[in-house]
Ligand binder design. Structure first.
Ligand code: NAD
Ligand code: UDP
Length: 312
C-alpha cells in the first residue's frame, strides 16, 4: 500500500538514499531539509518524480502535514559541522524531536528517530549492546550532539509511554557511501578525497582508535525493517557493521584501493574522541532478521568511484 512518508534531513547523505528507496517502493515521499549540511543536488534526480516533494524548512519550528510515517534524520552528523553552531545542533535534536513527536501524536503516524552510537560516548563496554548506558561527557565539545541525541531518545520514550506514540529508535554506527559531503570532515570522505588528490592523509592521534563502518545500503535496509516492525518493537536497536578497524588500517586500505601516492601524517586527536566503537547487533539479528551484507572493501570501492565522478 502506498504510504505518505516524511523524511526530515532528507537532502543529506543518508536521507537522500532513504528518499530514493522509499520512492522506489511506491510511496509518496516528502523530503524536508534546511540545507545546512545537505544539498538539493543529492535529490536532484528525484525532483521530477510525481510522488516526490521537496520542502525547505527548519525542524526546530513545527511543521504540519498529514503522513503515515516519519523518519527523523535532521541533524548535522560530522563533528566539524555539528560543532560549528553547537547550540543550533542541540536545538535541532531536542526541538526537532518535540516537533516530529507532536506531529506523530496528532496524525497517529509512526516515527523513527535516527539516533547514534555516540549515545555510548567513549564506551567502557565493548562491543556496545543496547543495554549499556554509555560513558558520555555532558560538558565537552561533542556534547551538543551526543546529549542532544540522548535527550531525543528520552523524548521518544516519554511520548510513547505518555501518549502511546508509535516510535522506533535506531542507533546508527559510522556509515559511509556515495553522497557523503566531500568537505564534511568525516574520516572516510576525508581519506578518500585526500588519497584521490595524492595529498597527505590526516590521521588524528596515533591511528589506533577504532571504528566500525557500515555501507549506507545496509543502514537503509535496517531502517526500513525497523519501521515495518510491530508497534511493540520500539528499540533502541543498534544498526552497524561489527567489522572493527583502526584509523591506520583504514588509511592504508584506502591508499591501496586508490593506488594513491599519499603519505600518512599525524595530527592532534580532537577532545573526547572515542577510543573504540563496535556494535553488538544480536538484537537487530533477532528482531529484524538483519545483518550487514557489504564488506568494507566493496563499499569503499563504490564510494571511491563516487568521489572520482565528482572530480570529472
Ligand atoms: P548529513 O549531515 O548529511 O544529513 C543531515 C541532514 O539534516 C542535512 O541534509 C541537513 O541539511 C539537515 N538538517 C540539519 N539541521 C536541520 C534542521 N534544523 N532542519 C532541517 N534539516 C536539518 O548527515 P547524515 O550522515 O546523512 O546523517 C543523517 C542522520 O543520521 C543524522 O540525524 C545523524 O545524526 C544520524 N547518524 C548518522 C551517522 C553516519 O555515520 N552517517 C551515524 C549515526 C547517526
Ligand atoms: N579522523 C582522522 N582523520 C580525519 C578525520 C577523522 O583520523 O581526517 C578520526 C577521528 O579522530 C575519529 C575517527 O577518525 O577517531 C572517526 O571520525 P569521524 O569524524 O568520521 O566520526 P566519529 O568520530 O563521529 O565516529
Amino acid at each position: 500500500m502506498k504510504k505518505r512518508i516524511l523524511i526530515t534531513g532528507g537532502a543529506g547523505f543518508v536521507g537522500s538514499h532513504l528518499c530514493e528507496r522509499l520512492l522506489k517502493e511506491g510511496n509518496e515521499v516528502f523530503c524536508l531539509d534546511n540545507y545546512f549540511t545537505g544539498d538539493k543536488q543529492n535529490v536532484a534526480h528525484l525532483v521530477a518524480h510525481p510522488d516526490f516533494e521537496l520542502i525547505r524548512h527548519d525542524i526546530t519550528q513545527p511543521y504540519l502535514i498529514e503522513v503515515d510515517e516519519i523518519y527523523n534524520l535532521a541533524c548535522p552528523a560530522s563533528p566539524p559541522h555539528y560543532q560549528y553552531n553547537a547550540i543550533k545542533t542541540i536545538k535541532t535534536s531536542v526541538l526537532g524531536a518535540i516537533n516530529v513527536l507532536g506531529l506523530a501524536k496528532r496524525t497517529r503516524a509512526k516515527v523513527l528517530q535516527a539516533s547514534t552510537s555516540e549515545v555510548y560516548g567513549d564506551p567502557a563496554v565493548h562491543p556496545q549492546t543496547e543495554a549499556y548506558w554509555g560513558n558520555v561527557n555532558p560538558i565537552g565539545i561533542r556534547s551538543c550532539y551526543d546529549e542532544g541525541k540522548r535527550c531525543a531518545e528520552t523524548l521518544f520514550m516519554d511520548y510513547h509511554r505518555m501518549n502511546q506514540v508509535r516510535i522506533k529508535i535506531i542507533r546508527i554506527f559510522n556509515t559511509y557511501g556515495p553522497r557523503m559531503n566531500p568537505n564534511d570532515g568525516r574520516v572516510v570522505s576525508n581519506f578518500i578525497v585526500q588519497a584521490l588528490h595524492n595529498q597527505d592523509i590526516t590521521i588524528y592521534g596515533d591511528g589506533s582508535q577504532t571504528r566500525s563502518f557500515q555501507y549506507v545500503d545496509d543502514l537503509i535496509e535496517g531502517m526500513i525493517r525497523l519501521m515495518n516492525t510491530a508497534d511493540t518493537v520500539t528499540g533502541p536497536i543498534n544498526i552497524g557493521n561489527p567489522g572493527e578497524f583502526t584509523m591506520l588500517e583504514l588509511a592504508e586500505k584506502i591508499i591501496r584501493l586508490t593506488a594513491s601516492k599519499s603519505k600518512i601524517i599525524y595530527q592532534p586527536l580532537p577532545q573526547d574522541d572515542p577510543k573504540q566503537r563496535c556494535p553488538d547487533i544480536s538484537l537487530a539479528k533477532k528482531e529484524l532478521d538483519w545483518q550487514p551484507k557489504i564488506p568494507l572493501e566493496e563499499g569503499l570501492l563504490r564510494t571511491i568511484a563516487y568521489f572520482k565522478s565528482l572530480s570529472q
